[in-house]
Each structure stands twice: as C-alpha cells, then as structure tokens.
Design a protein around this ligand. Structure first.
Ligand SMILES: NC(=O)c1ccc[n+]([C@@H]2O[C@H](COP(=O)([O-])OP(=O)(O)OC[C@H]3O[C@@H](n4cnc5c(N)ncnc54)[C@H](OP(=O)(O)O)[C@@H]3O)[C@@H](O)[C@H]2O)c1
Length: 330
C-alpha cells in the first residue's frame, strides 16, 4: 500500500484510510463481527489510518475498534473526533469546543478504544463564537499530556485553518470531497497544500452513488443517513443515478470498478489528499484499495472531467439540518 504524509507535522499513513462511521449503521445494519472482518481486511491490505468519532453510534464504532485491537498489534493510526453534542430533551444538535467537554469526550474515546493515546484528534465541528486559538491551546494541552498526537479540524474554512495553524501546526483537515462534492477545490485543498496540512476526504464514494450497483432507497432503513439527504431523494436520486452511469461505463472500459476510479481521481487531486472510504464489508474495502494502484493520466482525468463536470450533482450535499455547523467560506 502506498503511503502519504498526514501533513508535515503528522505521521506517514496509508494513501487511503478506513472510515468507521459505517460500523454504527448509517448506511445499513451491520454487526461487530462484520466490523472486525473489515478491520482485519484493512490490516491485511496495509491500510493504517482508521477514522472514527465519539458520536458514531454514540460509542458503537469506537468500541468495535477497541474490541478488535484488544491484545493485537495492528499498526493502525487511530483518528477520533469530538465537539458535537445533542440536547437530551429536544435532540437538537449543538457544538461544544470547551476544554471540559473535549476532555471528557477524549477520555471516553480512549476508554472505548482501549488505548491511552490517539494519533489524531479532530474538532468534529467548530463552536461558533469560541476563538479557534483557545481551542488550539486546549488541544495542545492534551498533546502535552500524551493523550493525542496530531490535531485536526473537520469542515472548517481556510481562514480558520490559517488562524489555528498560526498557533501550532495542524496535521489534518477533514471535509467532504469527491467527484460530486467539489467545494474544497475553492480554497481548502490549496490552503492545506500551502501549509503542509493533510487533507482527509470524507464520503469519497459519494455515500455509495459510485458503487457498481445504484443505491436503492427502498432498502434505506429509518436511520439511514441518505433518507433525508437531498441527493438521495426523488427526483434528484434518479437524475444522479443516470448522471453517473457514463462514469461507470468508463471505469469498465478501463478495467476498473467505479469505486476504484473514484478513489484514484481523489488521490490525483494532490499528494496530501487522503480519502477515507467507509464500508461495512471486507469485499467492498478491497475495491477501494484497488484505487490506490490505479494511475490516471492527464487524458484519463480530462475524460472524467468531461463525463462528470464539477457541479453535475442534483441536490445539495446536505439538508439544512445536516449542514448546521459546517463553516461556509464561498
Ligand atoms: N467529518 C465528518 O463530518 C464526516 C462525515 C461523514 C463521514 N465521515 C467519515 O468518512 C467516512 C466515509 O464517508 P461515508 O461513509 O459517509 O461515505 P462514502 O465512503 O462516500 O460511502 C459509503 C457508502 O459507500 C458504500 N460502499 C463502500 N464501498 C463500496 C463498494 N466497493 N461498492 C459499493 N458500495 C460501496 C458503503 O456501503 P457498504 O457499507 O455496504 O460497503 C456506504 O453505503 C465515514 O465512515 C466517516 O469515518 C466524516
């Protein structure tokens, strides 16, 4: 497996990571056994970056990783996140980047994972109004205590990144980035390259739209994230499925799966881009890993751009509710 640097200040990791939100069921039911099989496949494929968060199933994802790691030497670099809360009475999501909250959540994550240190700790969403410099000082304190390695932020703006990075080097920014979500091209991918920060691309498979088989909304359970996502509701879904079909045909012509081609496209966006595809299954993970050995020429990239030009997707990437907490910058 090829390696990439997680920013100039971070460790070397595999060119793709494994997204473990899926262990908590946002894209369909799964089990701890299936999650362990997927983690074993990741280890065997040479994938070393494992991405999770405290809120993925409120501990389900972290505990599945923790029980897999028990008594094993995996070589995994573990990234987790904190900063999102829910009001227990109304269920409303809000953001808390206070030292007390982050410390309590980090301690819980370490217990769930069965480790005394995580390699990367992200602020999952920024708390508007709390200066990012203050948050950096909190994270640097956790690092001094030996509890975290690198510092990361998810869904922040380039201007916030620059403020944080001026306090101390940030290792990674994590944002949605894929063939159908190109906003990071408007400043963030370049800002990360300029500053020597790793850019971790989440939902790189367009939440399954680039799978060989089109997502079937009749199979979406009540808790499926896509049920309320504008790109997966009609009439957008049918239009999106039709739009990506020529891309799937092109992948077949190249002798690749569309999943591998979607990953290869992201890896070609910059040496600091690290996609973290999410899956519940060992077989699906193999398709993602195949994308790492797929080298695309400028002709391939131009043809992909012709087939799926920026902005081709029907519907916003998030509903109004899902978008709360994302820092806008364009
Ligand atoms: N920072 C944030 O706010 C944030 C937000 C979202 C996600 N993330 C992270 O990013 C990771 C990945 O994002 P994501 O899971 O939302 O989206 P994704 O990776 O774009 O897509 C996941 C979907 O693709 C399907 N899939 C995976 N491999 C496949 C294959 N070979 N063939 C067909 N379908 C395939 C999965 O189904 P199966 O499970 O059946 O394979 C699942 O439905 C998450 O696990 C999480 O760690 C972070």
């Amino acid at each position: 497996m090829k390696q990439r640097h997680m920013g100039i200040s971070g460790p070397r990791v595999s060119a793709i990571g494994l997204g473990c939100w899926n262990f908590a069921g946002p894209y369909g039911p799964t089990s701890e056994k299936e999650s362990h099989e997927t983690l074993a496949a990741a280890r065997d494929l040479g994938i070393t970056l494992i991405d999770t968060a405290n809120v993925y199933g409120m501990g389900v994802s972290e505990k599945a990783i923790g029980s897999f790691l028990k008594g094993r030497k995996s070589g995994f670099r573990i990234a987790t996140k904190a900063g999102i809360r829910r009001d227990p009475s109304t269920g409303t999501r809000f953001f808390d980047n206070s030292q007390d909250h982050l410390r309590a959540e980090l301690e819980t994550s370490l217990r769930n994972l069965g480790v005394d240190h995580v390699d990367l700790f992200y602020i999952h969403r920024r708390e508007a109004g709390r200066p990012i410099e203050e948050v950096m000082h909190t994270l640097l304190r956790f690092r001094q205590e030996g509890k975290i390695g690198g510092i990361g932020f998810s869904e922040i703006s380039p201007s916030s990144l620059r403020l944080a990075h001026a306090v101390s080097p940030v290792s990674a920014v994590q944002s949605e980035y894929s063939l159908w979500t190109r906003q990071p091209d408007l400043g963030m991918v370049q800002a990360c390259l300029d500053l020597g920060v790793g850019f971790v691309a989440f939902s790189p498979l367009g939440r399954g739209i680039f799978g060989a088989q089109a997502p079937d909304p009749t199979s979406f359970g009540e808790t499926d994230f896509r049920k309320a996502n504008p790109r997966f509701v009609e009439p957008n879904l049918s239009r999106n499925i039709a739009a990506v079909q020529p891309f799937k045909d092109y992948a077949r012509d190249l002798g690749a799966t569309p999943i591998a081609l979607a990953i290869a496209w992201l890896l070609a966006r910059g040496p600091h881009v690290i996609p973290i595809p999410g899956t519940r299954s060992a077989g699906h993970l193999k398709d993602c890993a195949d994308g790492v050995s797929l080298t695309l020429t400028t002709d391939h990239l131009a043809e992909i751009e012709r087939i799926l030009p920026a902005g081709f997707a029907h519907g916003d990437r998030y509903s109004a509710d899902q978008a709360i907490g994302v820092e806008g910058y364009c």
